[in-house]
Design a protein around this ligand. Structure first.
Ligand code: G1P
Length: 297
């Protein structure tokens, strides 16, 4: 029996410049898909996978995130007084236990690997998950839960993966794998943002990881990598050089790149269409809109 995975790191220190001016005063992770902030989807997925300790790696200007996770007793009591029990439940569903969340500051923007390493003292000697909230994954069984189950078979370290087109590989961590067994493959090598035409495959790393605590020790052994930053991919790849196993996990589900405007909009449409209270009206609007567009062409 492998150890339970109860801790997750959420790297949220990025400035979200691709969404300026919105992100001038609102952290990107608070931007909403339908009516839930991006970060709420990540938290819900983590909870469904059995995560109990939530570690946010933040930076200057992200205090709205901390406020979001505070309880709102005044709001709760006014909803209760007004008999708005549905809304009260929605609100209470977002409440986190006191002590379940920790915030760590990444003082310099030195990359994803560096951000994760900032949480090392809170992780200690346990396997842990990393969730990148920009990657929103719609799935019947939440992606991290799928991975936690697979991890019980494999141990080691595991990264979520999916195929992307060859032109896109330079935007991702990319895997070289052998021994594909169903959803699980054995990783031979991994490279962060390989230059166009040099990727070992088109299997990209997606922002869900279950990592051995040993990965945290690798940060002292790696150099700055792609983009001049300390890369998580490089720290994981170091495991392979010392003979420890890393696995790729092809999750079931649809991933949206909410770090890009197009991906964010696609997620908004998909999540709105999945909502029973919005589906009908919104689908009718989209049909009408596309008919108008076609007529105008
Ligand atoms: C990060 C990781 C990369 C991974 C990607 C998935 O890159 O460094 O390995 O493929 O997330 O979204 P970023 O998109 O932060 O540049």
């Amino acid at each position: 029996m492998k150890r339970k995975v109860t801790k997750a790191i959420f790297p949220v220190a990025g400035q979200g410049t691709r969404f300026l001016p919105a992100t001038k005063s609102v952290p990107k992770e608070i931007m909403t898909l339908v009516d839930r902030p991006l970060i709420q989807y990540a938290i819900d997925e983590a909870r469904a996978a059995g995560i109990e300790d939530f570690i946010f790696v933040t930076s200057r200007g992200k205090s709205a995130l901390e406020d979001y996770f505070d309880h709102a007793p005044d709001l709760e009591s006014s909803l209760r007084d007004a008999g708005k029990t549905n809304l009260l439940e929605v609100l209470q569903d977002t409440n986190m236990d006191s002590g379940a969340i920790a915030y760590i500051r990444q003082h310099k923007p030195l990359g994803l690997g560096h951000a994760v390493s900032c949480a090392r003292k809170l992780i200690g000697d346990e396997p842990f998950a990393v969730i990148l909230p920009d990657d929103v994954i719609a799935a019947e069984k939440p992606c991290l839960k799928q991975m936690v189950e697979a991890y019980q078979e494999t141990g080691g370290s595991m990264v979520a993966t999916m195929e992307v087109s060859p032109e896109q590989t330079s935007s991702y961590g990319v895997l070289d794998v052998s021994n594909q067994d169903g959803a699980i493959s054995s990783v031979k090598a991994m490279v962060e943002k390989p230059p166009q035409g040099t990727a070992p495959s088109n299997l990209a790393v997606i922002g869900r990881y279950i990592l051995s605590p040993k990965v945290l020790q690798n940060f002292s052994k790696i150099n700055r990598g792609a983009g001049g930053e300390f890369q998580l991919t490089d720290a994981i790849a170091h495991e392979l050089t010392v003979g420890r196993e890393v696995f790729g996990y092809r999750f079931d589900g649809q991933r949206f790149d909410c770090g890009s405007k197009a991906g964010f909009l696609q997620a908004t449409v998909a999540f709105a269409l999945a909502r029973p209270d919005l589906r009908e009206e919104f689908a009718a609007f989209l049909t009408q809109l596309s008919a108008q567009k076609q007529a105008a062409q």
